[in-house]
Design a protein around this ligand. Structure first.
Ligand SMILES: Cc1cc2nc3c(=O)[nH]c(=O)nc-3n(C[C@H](O)[C@H](O)[C@H](O)COP(=O)(O)O)c2cc1C
Length: 201
């Protein structure tokens, strides 16, 4: 049993990052962590969602998932963010969530959170690493401890070999083209293990 509390925070328009978040939950729970899966608040107008069947389906599929708050960040020892690429960057929904944590940051409550990132894009080189780096830049400002997977497990190679964090490519039909489940679970376990060490310093 671990004494680590992990918040997995995602944004997803067509379900990919929600799936990555659910795999991460399985991996972290297998490591004994207490886990919350949370979504960031949707900012897009309802009319835009209504025009897109996949988006509408994801909003419905995640309707029971709680929206992440500052209290969740404060609660957690470790954070895993899962986010699609938007023009090689974080979606505004995820950025807005990070930008709403100013009060937490100003009171030192983001320091020493152990953080890891996952991402997806439509193209194999569509900006997955850049998106994770954007996240990690903010995390450095938070004083968080970044637990990138590196090449710490063979499953990472099966998922495309991204040492920044697990990333996937999503085809036109919305399917992931990599076999990423084990890499995600490994990343989650590793994040929990690093957080255990940090917590017990
Ligand atoms: C506005 C917008 C910008 C996007 N920019 C990129 C991009 O720069 N590169 C890319 O490969 N895919 C891009 N995509 C595709 C998304 O990254 C892809 O649909 C997403 O990773 C799927 O994740 P999800 O199912 O969790 O929403 C973009 C999609 C949208 C809607």
């Amino acid at each position: 049993m671990s004494n680590v509390k992990l918040a997995i925070i995602f944004y997803s328009m067509s379900g990919t990052n929600y799936q990555l978040a659910k795999w991460a939950k399985e991996g972290a729970e297998a490591q004994g962590a207490e886990v919350k899966v949370l979504k960031v608040e949707e900012l897009a107008p309802q009319s835009a969602i209504e025009e897109n069947e996949a988006w509408k389906a994801t909003v419905e599929a995640t309707s029971d998932v709680p929206v992440a708050t500052s209290d969740d960040i404060e609660w957690a020892d470790a954070l895993i963010f899962s986010t699609p690429t938007r023009f090689g960057n974080l979606p505004s929904q995820m950025k807005q969530f990070l930008d709403m944590q100013g009060a937490l940051w100003a009171t030192g409550k983001t320091v020493n959170k152990v953080v890891s990132g996952m991402s997806s894009a439509q193209n194999p080189h569509g900006g997955q690493e850049a998106t994770i780096l954007s996240l990690y830049t903010s995390m450095m400002h938070w004083g968080a401890i970044i637990a990138a997977p590196g090449y710490s497990d063979g499953s990472i190679f099966a998922a495309g070999g991204n040492p920044y964090g697990t990333t996937v490519t999503v085809d036109q039909d919305g399917n992931m083209t990599e076999d990423a489940e084990e890499a995600v679970k490994h990343q989650a376990k590793r994040t929990v293990s690093v957080a255990e060490g940090v917590k017990n310093i």
